[in-house]
Design a protein around this ligand. Structure first.
Ligand code: 2AM
Length: 177
């Protein structure tokens, strides 16, 4: 594999039960909003998007990820939202203390290695349920209230080679109680 750069991001992945619930919610939301549902195994929460990173620098990002110290905690998803420009419909919720801490620790570690997260000031945690959505989720549609146990942070490579991205885990950091 001789690619000069990799498209990478940091994320948390839902457990199997939550993944199933999110996937069926995405299918129901599609009736209201149109658009395309993600592949079930691709559902995730992005904690930071780095974009293209030179391949030679991936090893140091893997080490950085594995060396993070993260507490376990929870995040609550309780509202729908819509990003107009990219036409994404999502389920999310305000960052909890744990999520804010994860984001901050990640930002600090990246800064210490002369990197930074874009849109640092505007962390809006969400799980994308529909891409190319024609409409925002209707305001009358009640969102569920689901708890996401935060147990590990993942460094992921996104391979855009076809119609759906393929995500490949590059490194993981288990949260410690
Ligand atoms: P999204 O779900 O809101 O589109 C892999 O592409 C992940 O990184 C997706 O979860 C995507 O968030 C996020 N992402 C892609 N491009 C991004 C960008 N330019 N800024 C921030 N996040 C981005």
């Amino acid at each position: 594999d001789i690619r000069a750069s990799r498209r990478v991001f940091f994320a948390a992945w839902p457990d199997a039960a939550l993944r199933e619930r999110l996937a069926s919610l995405a299918s129901r939301l599609q009736h209201h909003c149109g658009g395309r549902t993600p592949v079930i195994d691709n559902l995730h929460l992005t904690l930071g998007f780095l974009g293209n990173v030179p391949t030679a620098e991936i090893a140091s990002l893997q080490t950085l990820t594995e060396r993070l110290t993260l507490p376990t905690g929870e995040w609550t998803l309780d509202r729908y939202g819509y990003f107009h420009k990219p036409r994404l419909a999502w389920l999310g919720g305000p960052p909890t203390a744990t999520l804010t801490l994860w984001h901050a620790r990640l930002g600090e570690a990246l800064q210490a290695s002369d990197r930074s997260l874009p849109a640092w000031h505007d962390f809006r945690p969400h799980v994308t349920l529909l891409r190319h959505a024609e409409k925002a989720p209707p305001a009358t549609l009640a969102a569920p209230e689901w708890t996401w146990p935060l147990t590990r942070l993942t460094l992921v490579e996104s391979i855009l080679d076809g119609t759906r991205p393929i995500y490949r885990v590059l490194a993981e950091c288990p949260a410690t109680a």
